[in-house]
Write a protein of this length. Structure first.
Length: 205
């Protein structure tokens, strides 16, 4: 109802051989059925790391359908090399999925464990300070930006950082923006300047 002009696609599932998870075509959206067999599915352990497996569960099927639909209707138009552009776009998608499916925990949607959630409680401000001090938000640095969206635990840029730190931080910025602006989902997606989102959000962890 928030996007009355958007066409609801026909929904399917396909078998991808553990390959492409989301297929999007005209009026069609399909998810890979063999990517939701559960975190402990034995075959997954040979091909996927723990953060990836954490998202390969049935609980996330609806969320992944919705995210795929939103990304097809609102494709990324920013600069792939700029951290803030990607952070805010990914944050928008996560926020809209969460608003539509409030029963899913943020940590589950991110594929985070309780340990990951605890890390953010202690280190969100540390990581944000690092990004600001190293002037990474708007620098056109493809390699550095890509590392913030890696689907694996690593020590970049702060020791012990969970996977997809860029997505998580972008989500916090968008949440803060929503709280400050009271923007509807449609209004949120109409704001295309990520710096405006950040300014209004007054995000300061």
């Amino acid at each position: 109802s928030q996007f009355p002009d958007m066409q609801i696609p026909a929904v399917y599932m396909h078998v991808s051989g553990l390959n492409q998870n989301v297929l999007v075509a005209d009026s069609l959206l399909s998810l890979s059925a063999d990517k939701y067999m559960g975190i402990e599915y034995p075959l997954y352990k040979a091909f996927f790391n723990q953060p990836q497996r954490n998202k390969m569960q049935r609980e996330l099927v609806a969320a992944d359908y919705l995210a795929g639909w939103l990304m097809s209707e609102f494709p990324f138009t920013g600069n792939e090399q700029q951290l803030l552009d990607r952070m805010v776009y990914e944050g928008k998608i996560k926020q809209l999925v969460m608003e539509a499916l409030p029963g899913i925990k943020m940590e589950t949607l991110m594929g985070y464990t309780q340990q990951d959630a605890d890390w953010w409680q202690k280190n969100e401000g540390v990581l944000w300070k690092y990004i600001i001090e190293h002037k990474q938000l708007n620098a056109a640095d493809r390699i550095t930006t890509a590392r913030y969206f890696e689907d694996a635990h690593n020590n970049f840029p702060v020791i012990g950082a969970p996977a997809n730190t860029g997505t998580w931080l972008g989500w916090q910025i968008v949440k803060a923006y929503q709280n400050k602006s009271n923007a509807t989902p449609k209004q949120l997606m109409q704001v295309t300047d990520p710096n405006e989102i950040l300014r209004v959000s007054e995000y300061k962890p």
